[in-house]
Ligand binder design. Sequence first.
Ligand code: ADP
Ligand code: MG
Length: 623
Amino acid sequence: MVRFRRETVIGILLTSLPLLVAATGASLFFPGGGERLVTLFMINVIAVLGIGLYAGNSGIVSFGHVGFMAIGAYASGLLTINPIIEKTALPHLPEWLAGIGMPFLPALAVALLVVVAVAVLIGIPVARLGGSSASIATLGFLVIVHVVLVASSDFTRGSQTFFGIPRAVNLWLALPFAVAAIAIARIYRDSSAGLKLRASREDEIASIAVGVNVRLHRFIAWVIGAALAGTAGALLAHFLGAFSPKDFYFNLTFVLLAMLILGGITTVSGAVGGTAVIMVIVELLRKLEGGADFGVFSLPTVFGLTDIGIGVAILVVMYRLQDGLFGVRELDERLPWLKGFEARTSRLDSDGSGTPVTTAGTLRIENLGKSFSGLVALEKADFEITPGLVIGLIGPNGAGKSTLINSVSGVVPPSTGRVMIDGMDVASLPVHAVPVAGLARTFQNIRLFRNLTVLENVTVAASAFKREADPRERARRVLAEVGLEKFSDRLAGTLSYGAQRRLEIARALALEPRYLLLDEPAAGMNPAETQELMHVLDRIRTKYRLGLLVVEHDLKLIMRLCDRVVVLNKGQQIAIGSPAEVQSDPAVIEAYIGRRRTPKPAQPGPLEAAGLNPGAAGLHNPT
Ligand code: ADP
Ligand code: MG
């Protein structure tokens, strides 16, 4: 039932093509040595894609996938070794294993079951980790696998060579596996699950705020990646015929990671390209390593020349191109002529096509407080957000406005009080489920998925629910709503500042929230951009009957836009009421001007005197 997008299919074909060409070329012109090399290339591609599927999409470098290669190699090898050879090579093998002499493919299937079982077990704790702690955990896994293999000498001959494996793998068997690996990696990358994981790589907090279950998606990618690596291991075992545990250890990990990083860790084309480049470098240097005679001058034997060569290649590429040779976008995503294939979907008019959410209900903030190791950032905030109304949240810097939004949206768990949506306590939900319950937000410091396209940024949010067949369609509608549809294919990080702010709002809107919390949406915008933003906000709140909470320093804007205003000062909620009431509240004026009783001669309003946005009107002269 899975429908593949045309881009995905084109990408798979385009990335597989070099493999097909290499295989044909090798078997026609270089049978023997060339064929062997290209077969190894295919196997390496599968392994690199396995690492990349997890590492590239999650942003967590994995040292552990070579461990899965080892498990795949030994498990499949044990199943295919001829029982007669086994008697001499592994005399202590238990009865039930000793008699098996399976063909390669069923052995591969069984070995993959073993690999996946281990991946699931290890994946549960590893998926809870992020960043370098996750990387270290994967390194630990690699070491453990190695030690276990060496120690289980009854099964593996310990550190000695494990031999007698039928050489069942040749070029034409490896090729379809490599193409399948490319397809799996690309389909995953383009899938909703892959997109969500890539979003979490760009910004974990923002991804959770649009409903991404980061642990789940890390786990899925870990297991699929392990299965690919296990396949590569089994293929390698049946290509070489003999190997030992050290063949699946740091050296191989280093080479495979070099391939991935050199090509570009985040793309399938990068994995394939990087594998090719490193293999060429290794082949050339290996020839030189034993010394070479060029007639005029000769090179001495240089030990470790290939490793040095790989290291230098990585340094050079990283110095020039941080994202690797192929960058952060797939090859086909940058070819403009391929874009023509994509059905230019209707620029749906925003009328009637969106589903205005009209469910009644309120978001109650009850006695909410938050302290950071003694520092009370927020205390006893207590008010409601009602669909269709705009609440302004104002207060001097450090008053606790962002803390309030963070506590309400679950990013920072509140210390006291609670947040109720329709009588349901938000704290009872996992953080990534809060947006699905109807609450969306933006961040004071823009948190976009910078290396994803504008459309992908919004699509992540639009696919928080299962209910729409094509979340991209809804994402396009939302982009049109904020006037960003013409930038759909741009990387989010390349947008202008004002456009980035609008994109963050679009991303939040794609969640179809009932309550939308905006933390300084107009900060850093010029007056024209601010005007435009106000129009957008005004339109969406009536159309979708949104309950809006807006933090803003521009008081003129707050007074015009808001139905009610909440004032915070030093973590305390010091006033709440209509804009007019709040403006004349002595406590508010006091909070803003502090102890400075005499404004400067130029007659700035008291709020300006308190260092607020100079574009804003003072409390006494709103317009
Ligand atoms: P506002 O958004 O109104 O400018 P904030 O909510 O960002 O204010 O900050 C309120 C207070 O809480 C400040 O004193 C700030 O230093 C403190 N604070 C905010 N976040 C943290 C944090 N993660 N750890 C420690 N202190 C924090
Ligand atoms: Mg703030």
